[in-house]
Ligand binder design. Structure first.
Ligand code: 26Y
Length: 795
């Protein structure tokens, strides 16, 4: 640590010509980022040496998204430097907290899937497993959301401006990726040879982000590829003064890694997305194969030493790319290449929503990736033939990879991977019984479940140091090392003093959040009110609208019917994907309700609505520790797992939810008495849908629904009205908000009554914390290790 202080001083002198006492916060920030990165690089060298010597099997985790979150605090925390640096900086008049705030959130993901990838990298590294992540160095991450007059506006997220100090540019390991052109088949005495001509080559530049582990010797790497033109600009054109033309090829090449697709709902088949996918999968696969070959001088043992995990279908072009490399570059036969490939890949599915399952039209795909296309076509031909042989030809409409001139990437993944997993018990059951029923029949045992987990070191240890310190002292166990030991807290479920302490800590976190709310929205909230939280991407299936409808119901009852509920603050935060009109309208609705309530001196005494803009990892870290109620109210059968539900539970919020995704496992863990479950089950949803759900009947037959929706139509400020949403609710809403409304409303009343019994509520909260052990990413990744990857720790 002495060294660390010296390093900071030296860096400031060398780079800025300053002493520490003359330095700015910005300079201190840069120094800390660079020194931490270099420390991790040194540590990485040691752990990599052991890894090379052991020649053990490794996992490569492919994901279009890693929602990394801020890195500096996580790294200092993991390295155990945090307290000392805090004191050292304080001596010179700096606050480490303020320095942390300078770092932008690397928002290289949309939501759950991306954050899961980062939680897993953290957990695997803490547990000394050899894993390397691969993704894209998006110049612009997920957009910054600004709410203006209640409407979402999107601004570019220029995170690299300050975020780049954590990255290490590895220009020694650049790789070329090829697009377009033609392939020619050439037969010789040695067999078929493929010649690829007239292609466009693009350079992939690797940037490494080091991933630290808690109390571990291991440092892993997340490699992010940046696209570049190969030749620099065309000097001939440049000399002729045609500067813009000469820069064109460079601009096209660089557009590939320019920005993250800000959608997690709809695959609208864009050429740029195909290019992004192939760009990063090809660069990664070339790198992996090269490393392997350099080590073993053969690829025959590739599948014994390498697992490639594909995080949803987005990186699925890894599969034909490995086939291409094996056949075209290393002269393997189809059969041998296929045998290696099908032992190498494992695939996680994160969605059953048809519109999010990726498909590419052949007409778009083939010209961009001619060779990859012929390989996919051949995989499909052989698969279809095999289905014929085993008597499954009748199910090819569902299973073929290419169907009606469309490539179905999930089918490619299932056919080519040795393991397919869902992310919660219910989700996996739906995959097996419904979405991929025929596949499950022809590949018995291939489908398995691994329920998601979260990095509790970030979501409890760092986000809630007050609770962590308290539990540490109380329990005397190292639950940060091993979250399962947190169940010792159960011993205190009837201990009044402990329950009160927990309530006090919750109140401290509520106070901190209330200050943030005031500074960002100017709304003053009462910390004695129930903090009721729904934070996640904005989606119809997640049903923020059901929550909003209930708030409108309460508003009416308070204003016109003399209802005096226990005070509650409804907190929302959510980004809508840019082209998703309904989602943006729902944000506007929530913001309008917030405004209407603020303007009403009677209603605002009881309920408040706060919409916090720009939901992101660091904002989640502020909201989650302060929550009393965790709203997990998706239509049953639609949320694959959810992970916010786990983070909230870990911090003592009580779930109000449907029997969906991992809510089912939370329910099983805490028991009926410590969760508020409402609404239709996934089977009932299916049934009702089949029997022609008629929303209008709920409107006609339920007085509260009728009055609430009629009232919603009157929320008109001259510019905006909500008839559009009201019409949708009573007619086409496939997520059936109205079918669950009565049950939701009644359960909300139970939540309110229970909260007023402080002893009971605090005990529920305690049980939730105590039972959260199984939702640790340590447990989840251990299951991946044992059930799927079969790898060992680095020794
Ligand atoms: C095809 C493209 C538009 C697309 C891009 C991103 C499709 C989907 C996604 C992201 C999906 C996602 O985030 N899924 C979530 O994964 C979490 C981790 O498993 C789950 O907890 C959550 O229920 C699921 O919605």
């Amino acid at each position: 640590m002495d060294n660390f202080a010296t390093d900071i001083k030296k860096y400031l002198e060398k780079i800025f010509g300053n002493t520490i006492d003359e330095a700015s916060e910005r300079q201190i920030y840069q120094a800390l980022m660079v020194i931490t990165r270099d420390r991790l690089a040194e540590k990485r060298f040691e752990s990599n040496k052991k890894l090379k010597e052991s020649q053990q099997k490794r996992v490569y985790y492919m994901s279009m998204e890693f929602l990394v979150g801020k890195t500096l605090r996580n790294n200092l925390y993991n390295l155990g430097y945090e307290d000392e640096i805090k004191h050292f900086l304080a001596k010179h008049g700096f606050s480490l907290e303020r320095i942390y705030n300078i770092e932008p959130d690397p928002g290289l993901g949309n939501g759950g899937l991306g954050r899961l990838a980062s939680c897993y990298m953290d957990a695997l590294t803490s547990n000394d497993y050899p894993i390397m992540g691969f993704s894209i160095l998006y110049e612009f991450g997920i957009f910054k959301q600004v709410i203006s007059d209640g409407w979402q506006q999107e601004y570019p997220d220029n995170w690299l401006d300050l975020g780049r100090y954590g990255l290490l540019y590895r220009n020694d390991e650049e790789i070329e990726v090829k697009f377009y052109g033609n392939t020619k088949e050439e037969w010789s005495s040695e067999g078929l040879h493929i010649r690829y001509e007239d292609y466009t080559a693009i350079k992939a530049e690797p940037y490494d982000l080091f991933i630290s582990g808690y109390d571990s010797d291991t440092v892993n790497v997340l490699r992010l590829w940046k696209s570049k033109a190969t030749g620099g600009f065309n000097m001939k054109l440049f000399e002729k003064g045609e500067y813009s033309k000469s820069l064109e090829s460079e601009a096209i090449a660089e557009s590939i890694s320019k920005l993250l697709y800000p959608a997690d709902d709809n695959d609208n088949g864009k050429a740029l997305r195909i290019k992004q996918q192939y760009f990063f999968t090809s660069a990664s696969l070339q790198q992996i194969v090269k490393n392997h070959y350099d080590t073993y001088m053969t690829l025959d043992n590739f599948a014994e030493k390498v697992v490639i995990h594909i995080n949803d279908t987005h990186p699925s072009m890894c599969i034909p790319e490995l086939m291409r490399i094996l056949m075209d570059e290393y002269e393997y036969s189809w059969d041998k290449a296929w045998s290696i490939t099908t032992k190498t890949f494992a695939y996680t599915n994160h969605t059953i929503m048809a519109e999010a399952l990726e498909k590419w039209s052949v007409d778009l795909f083939q010209p961009i990736l001619p060779r990859i296309y012929t390989i996919i076509r051949e995989i499909n031909n052989r698969f279809c033939k095999w289905c014929n042989d085993i008597g499954a030809a009748g199910e090819l409409d569902e299973m073929s990879i290419i169907h009606n001139n469309v490539i179905r990437m999930a089918n490619l993944c299932i056919v080519s991977s040795y393991s397919v997993n869902g992310v919660s018990m219910l989700h996996t059951e739906i995959l097996k019984k419904d979405t991929f029923k025929s596949f499950n029949r022809i590949y018995p045992g291939k489908f398995i479940n691994v329920t998601n987990g979260i990095a509790h070191r970030r979501w409890l240890g760092q986000a809630n140091p007050e609770l962590t310190r308290y539990l540490n002292k109380l329990l005397g166990v190292d639950f940060i090392k091993d979250l399962s030991s947190i169940d010792k807290l159960l011993e205190y479920q009837d201990d009044k003093a402990v329950l009160e302490d927990l309530e006090n800590i919750k109140n401290i976190k509520k106070l901190q959040l209330a200050e943030y709310i005031k500074s960002s929205t100017a709304i003053k909230v009462d910390t004695n009110s129930i903090f009721d939280v729904q934070i996640k991407r904005l989606h119809e299936y997640k049903r923020q609208l059901l929550n909003a409808l209930h708030i409108i119901y309460l508003y009416r009852m308070i204003k016109f019917n003399g209802l005096k509920p226990y005070p509650r603050t409804f907190i929302f935060s959510a980004k809508a994907s840019s082209g998703y009109v309904m989602a943006k309208n729902i944000i506007k609705l929530i913001c309008s309700i917030s405004e209407i309530i603020e303007a009403d001196p009677i209603v605002r005494e009881y309920i408040k609505v706060v919409f916090l803009e720009d939901y992101r990892v660091s904002l989640a870290e502020k909201i989650i520790p302060a929550a009393n109620v965790s709203e997990q109210i998706s239509q049953a059968g639609k949320e694959a797992s959810g992970t916010g539900n786990m983070k909230l539970m870990l911090n003592g919020a009580v779930t109000l939810g449907t029997m969906d995704g991992a809510n089912v496992e939370i329910h099983n863990a805490v028991g009926q008495d410590n969760i508020f479950i409402f609404g239709l089950s996934s089977e009932e949803v299916e049934e009702l849908f089949k029997n022609d759900y008629r929303a209008i009947d709920y409107y006609n037959n339920n007085q509260d629904i009728k009055e609430t929706i009629d009232f919603m139509r009157t929320l008109d400020n001259g510019h905006t009205n909500f008839n559009y949403i009201a019409d949708y609710l009573v007619s086409t809403d496939p997520y059936m908000c109205l079918a669950d409304f009565e049950s939701y409303k009644n359960t909300q009343k139970i939540v309110e009554d229970t909260y007023q019994d402080k002893g009971k509520w605090n005990k529920m909260s305690l049980v939730n914390i105590a039972k959260s052990g199984i939702f640790s990413a340590d447990r989840a990744t251990k299951e991946y290790v044992e059930k799927i990857w079969k790898i060992e720790k680095i020794k």
